[in-house]
Design a protein around this ligand. Sequence first.
Ligand code: FES
Length: 183
Amino acid sequence: MVRDSRSPGDGSGEKNKALTRRQFLSRAWWAASGLLVVEASAGLVASLWPKLKAGSFGTKVRVASVEEVRAMPVGTITYFAEQRFYLSRVESGFLALYRKCVHLGCVIPWLADESSEDDLADKGRFNCPCHGGIYDRYGLVHAGPPPRPLDLFPISVENGEVIVDTGTVIQRSAFDESQVTKI
Ligand code: FES
């Protein structure tokens, strides 16, 4: 006599159903966990990699028209605070000086009434408030611990507009005429 192994009452059918339910729940749990991990990772990456707003520090910044910058007298320093640089009008053209002190990174203010350290004007120099670093309009060091001149950003002209690329920092050990952008 052959017995029906799935006959009612022996409990094996219920056991199979229970196993299936358990598997389903387990898979659903893993799927939900996986989704959570993916979402959390995406959020973390997004927060570590903030989107740069056009025209802000880290992007290419429109400074002014070619005509406007050409009208700046030699010795003029124009501060672009949000974009973190100074546009310095030197004899043969322009330098975009990163405002970060190359000693320990303090923000260097332009002091228009202090005595000048260059021959472009009688007054004006950068004074780092942290350890007394002093720089001239070329970004060259005249006093204090900074080990090299201020870093530069590249300047270009696009469609009649002067552009400074604040996403590209140029380090230098001395001044060279090739660093000046002639406009
Ligand atoms: S951080 Fe500017 S001199 Fe030290």
